[in-house]
Design a protein. Structure first.
Length: 117
């Protein structure tokens, strides 16, 4: 009985702490609109595949906080997007859109590339 009470007490203490650490949820459709409006596609491609001057952003291994931090202080050619340009919520929406993009197919799954062997 004592163990059960300890577990219940721990859950009551842990639950509010976990709720305070929640990351804002992004809206995929809003993120897509912002991605296009702020011309992210120009460097990163419409499917997040990257290009000559922009890195691939589809299927990236970043979390939302890391993504926002990078967009605020990028390295390389990418300009910084301050809070005056994009709010944290807008970047969270863009991140949600980027995370919704499918990963690129393997070269072996693309018939044209298979035929070049």
């Amino acid at each position: 009985m004592t163990i059960v009470l300890l577990v219940i007490a721990w859950l009551q203490i842990a639950a509010p702490a976990a709720q305070g650490n929640t990351v804002p949820q992004g809206n995929i459709e809003t993120g897509k609109q912002l991605y296009m409006k702020h011309t992210c596609y120009y460097c990163h491609g419409t499917a997040g595949q990257g290009g000559g001057s922009g890195a691939r952003v589809a299927a990236i291994a970043r979390n939302a906080q890391s993504f926002i931090r990078y967009v605020r202080r990028p390295n390389g050619q990418m300009p910084a997007f301050t809070e005056k340009i994009l709010s944290d919520q807008e970047l969270t929406d863009i991140f949600a859109f980027v995370r919704s993009l499918p990963a690129a197919k393997a070269a072996s799954d693309i018939p044209l590339l298979r035929s070049l062997k």
